[in-house]
Design a protein around this ligand. Structure first.
Ligand code: ATP
Length: 370
């Protein structure tokens, strides 16, 4: 096991002159499960491939443990890579697929068999060892691919969207299994996904990337509760965070494109102190707005436009003057289109971002600004 350190790592592809990864600093602790999260094209796969040695780096340093690995070929880095596509050998049975890396290293037969049995038990695939992978369902094929990675006992696992090809129910099962497996093995894991549920549910920490730039690295709950940038705030969470462009005028937040108005005294003190003349983006998650019947209370008043009952919760689109806010309520709280409502914000869950830089004005907790 080992820590992985990226120091000002840059990747520029000459074709199209793409800066895929821009001065990335990241320390992944020994035994940590770190997820690289971001939309398509943000540079997460490139980052993983640079750690693996499958991609040259344009600048900076990568260390695995104490070793600087910039110039080491993938085979000498003591890592195991699991892809979205299982890349199993179709002509070999499961047993031979899993043990392939050990046999290639001429590991003694008894040791190979011992480790095979251990891995097969961990992954619950003892019953398919003699089958060819092509005939197996996707979940079992993915377990075989995992088996081939873990049997080597590498210092670091690198996984690139390994669950993408599975159907939703199986993906949910495999999330739990992978998390459990990583807890059991304690091996450092760097895991790429664009799926926020995977990132939130599995990782110790999430590193969110956007157009090659690291936005924030923090625990899932810090990322959710204290997003360091507007991008992180709106990328994580469903439905997305409500946002409104505004500026400060006469002790109020005043909407720029809307009739939004909120007294500054509604905001937490730390935000009031930092809001000055810049253009801001006000942000609040749907579950941090509370509805009451009638228009005589709350921070804002409006009317229900649309009700979306989801079973465990209900979403409301609430019209306030010329803008909408999405509000999430428990299912017991029922309103109908046309009902007049008052909206109250959870004070300490209001966010303000600088509209130009996208940075939060809040001092983030746990996950530092980058
Ligand atoms: P995805 O989830 O779609 O794979 P990603 O976040 O993993 O996205 P990368 O694959 O790392 O993103 O790509 C980052 C940027 O680098 C993109 O703009 C992509 O088009 C570009 N890129 C990736 N590989 C190459 C290449 N071999 N040559 C030129 N540009 C590339």
């Amino acid at each position: 096991m080992a820590q992985v350190t990226l120091n000002k790592v840059i990747k520029r592809y000459p074709v199209g002159d793409v800066l895929a990864v821009d001065h990335l600093d990241l320390q992944i602790a020994d035994g940590e499960f770190l997820v690289l999260l971001g939309p398509s094209g943000c540079g997460k796969t490139t980052t993983l491939r640079m750690i693996a040695g499958l991609e040259d780096i344009t600048g900076g340093d990568i260390h695995i443990g104490e070793r600087r690995v910039n110039d080491l070929p993938p085979g000498d880095r003591d890592i195991a890579f699991v892809f979205q596509f299982y890349a199993l050998y179709p002509h070999l049975n499961v047993r031979d697929n899993i043990t392939f890396p050990l046999r290639a290293q001429q590991t003694p037969k008894e040791e190979v068999e011992k480790r095979l049995q251990q891995v097969a038990k961990q992954l619950r695939i003892e019953h398919i060892l003699n089958k060819r992978p092509g005939r197996l369902p996707g979940g079992e094929q993915q377990r075989v691919a995992l088996g081939r990675a873990i049997i080597r006992r590498p210092q670091v696992f690198l996984m690139d969207e390994p669950l993408t090809n599975l159907d939703a129910a199986l993906r949910a099962d495999m999330r739990v299994e992978l998390k459990h497996l990583q807890q059991e093995l304690g091996t450092t894991m760097v895991y790429v996904t664009h799926d926020q549920t995977e990132a939130m549910s599995m990782s110790h920490r999430i590193a969110v990337m956007h157009v090659g730039v690291l936005q924030q690295v923090a625990t899932p709950l810090d990322i959710y509760n204290y997003p360091a940038t507007l991008f992180v705030g709106t990328f994580i969470g469903s439905p997305p965070m409500n946002t409104l462009k505004c500026k400060v005028q006469q002790n109020k937040l005043i909407g720029i494109d809307t009739a939004f108005q909120l007294p500054l005294s509604t905001l937490p003190a730390e935000l009031i102190a930092k809001a000055s003349t810049q253009t801001l983006v006000f942000g609040v998650r749907s579950e941090n707005i509370h509805l009451q019947p009638g228009v005589n209370a709350g921070d804002l008043q409006g009317g229900i436009l649309v009700r979306e009952p989801l079973g465990d919760e209900t979403l409301y689109q609430v019209q306030i003057d010329d803008y909408l806010l999405t509000v999430k309520t428990p299912p017991q709280q029922v309103f109908y289109p046309g009902d007049a409502v008052s909206l109250t914000f959870d004070r300490d869950r209001i966010h303000l971002f600088d509209a130009e830089s996208g940075r939060s004005l809040r001092v983030t907790q746990g996950g530092a600004h980058v």
